[in-house]
Design a protein around this ligand. Structure first.
Ligand code: 6PG
Length: 470
């Protein structure tokens, strides 16, 4: 009976596709789903992969199908459902087995689950899986964190099913506890920033340059052959080119401009704030989705203040391309800086070069750019991309365009929350003398918080005049 290499709980689209991917790679996979009919349907539809799949709608039977030490992937909705499945699995598993949560978990939950299983001998891995439905079926990027000892149980299967970049697997163990899910969270934060900046550039083309969706699509198609070459740029041209059968209009023109968000982008911004690392592009992207969802208020806002200028921008497509590259550098610099700080604080020792490498294929932010990041981190140097030689050159070449684009947006009343915060971050990052000397003076004035001096060591306080009675 014990013949499956790995088990999988949860036959939603992602779970089904992961199971098929495992079977496709020559491993035997057992599946379980609370609704038993789903298991029957999955087994009945497995086609050529039939001999590598098995399953049951009864949890104990499902567990009995697994080879020891057992590995069980959970692919259910993040949050309480994961805890429920763990509670049901626990009495059926034994020392040396491992539970693998492959959902988009909040890493704090992963840390808690990891420690709740501590002492039971059952290991826990929190793995970030990126690439959407297609990725799950044909090769996702897999970010692993948790029990290093039990990583052995599942390493061969997860490595085999992951995406490959020039033959290298996009799957790696990154650190203990919640490291894998933390890295996936930051991946999604960067994904938000990347998507938002592309959206802002589209906004300039549409509203500032009065370009049609098809014209915009062509430009993105062209850009996908250059330094911006990436999955997100590629799908952008497809989205812009799609037509709506019902209205006969470009589909993008009938899609409501109110973005959804499941939480990972927001978690990413929250973690950056908690760590005290500037991640303004991610914050800007989350805020942009929030304001996008306030459709009625925005309609009212336009009635009050009038619509922004249309078709009046004078900016070249070349500047837009360079600005997007500069914004992208700032966003990735921030994301990697957040991971570097989290690594330090949690003692994870996150391998930044490896993270960039496993993001080169399979995941949503896969791009040519990530290979350059991997090479930069591989050759050592500081964690902030803005100080890596290859990126210094790129940023020197492109920040002027970012400046011109942000100025164009301001003058033409076009919102650019992400691009403008990328520019503000860059300008703050390269300003040796900032303005918080004044902030420190104010803090000392009203709260005696003290300050340091630039000309000698120590802590100082000034005797400020009292304003009482004036
Ligand atoms: C991925 C995606 C995936 C999912 C996000 C989207 O890496 O495959 O990021 O995890 O698409 O959850 O999140 P939002 O619904 O918040 O955009």
């Amino acid at each position: 009976m014990e013949e499956a290499d790995i088990g999988l709980v949860g036959l939603g689209v992602m779970g089904e596709n992961l199971a098929l991917n495992i079977a496709d790679n020559g491993y035997k996979v057992a599946v379980y789903n609370r609704t038993a009919e789903k298991v029957d349907a999955f087994l009945a539809n497995a086609g050529d992969l039939k001999s590598n799949v098995m399953g049951s709608g009864e949890l104990a039977t499902f567990i009995s199908m697994l080879k020891r030490p057992r590995s069980v992937i959970i692919m259910v909705k993040a949050g309480d459902p994961v805890d429920q499945v763990i509670a049901e699995l626990k009495p059926l598993l034994s020392e040396g087995d491992v539970i693998i949560d492959a959902g988009n978990a909040n890493y704090h939950d992963t840390v808690r689950r990891f420690s709740e299983l501590d002492g039971t001998g059952i290991g826990f891995l929190g793995i970030g899986v990126s690439g959407g439905e297609e990725g799950a079926r044909h090769g996702p990027s897999i970010m692993v964190g948790g029990s290093e000892a039990q990583w052995d149980n599942a390493e061969a299967v997860l490595t085999a099913i992951s995406a490959k970049f020039n033959g290298e697997a996009c799957c790696a163990y990154l650190g203990t506890g919640g490291a894998g899910h933390f890295v996936k969270t930051i991946h999604n934060g960067i994904e938000y920033a990347d998507m938002q900046m592309i959206g802002e550039i589209y906004g300039i083309m549409r509203d500032g340059l009065a370009m049609s969706p098809a014209e915009c699509a062509k430009v993105f198609e062209e850009w996908n052959k250059g330094p911006l070459d990436s999955y997100l740029i590629e799908i952008t041209s497809h989205v812009l080119n799609a037509m709506d059968d019902e209205s006969g209009k470009p589909l993008v023109e009938v899609i409501l401009d109110a973005a959804g968000q499941k939480g990972t982008g927001r978690w990413s911004a929250i973690e950056a704030l908690n760590l005290g690392v500037s991640a303004t592009t991610i914050e800007g992207a989350v805020a942009a989705r929030s304001i996008s969802a306030m459709k009625d208020e925005r309609v009212r806002g336009e009635e009050i203040y009038g619509a922004g200028a249309k078709g009046k921008a004078t900016i070249s497509l070349e500047a837009l391309e360079k600005a997007l590259l500069a914004g992208k550098i700032a966003a990735y610099a921030q994301g990697f800086a957040v991971m570097a700080k989290a690594s330090e604080d949690n003692g994870w020792n996150l391998p930044l070069a490896t993270i960039a490498k496993i993001w080169r294929a399979g995941c949503i932010i896969r791009s040519r750019f990530l290979d350059q990041i991997a090479q930069a981190f591989d050759s050592g140097g500081a964690a902030n991309l803005l100080t890596q030689p290859a990126f210094i050159d790129m940023m020197k070449d492109s920040n002027g365009a970012l400046r011109a684009v942000v100025a164009t947006c301001a003058i033409n009343e076009l919102p650019s929350p992400c691009l403008s915060s990328a520019l503000a971050y860059f300008d703050a990052y390269r300003q040796a003398r900032g303005t918080t000397n004044l902030t420190q003076g104010q803090r000392d004035f009203f709260g005696a918080h003290g300050f340091k001096r630039s000309d000698k060591d120590g802590d100082f306080h000034h005797t400020w005049p009292s304003l009482i009675g004036q």
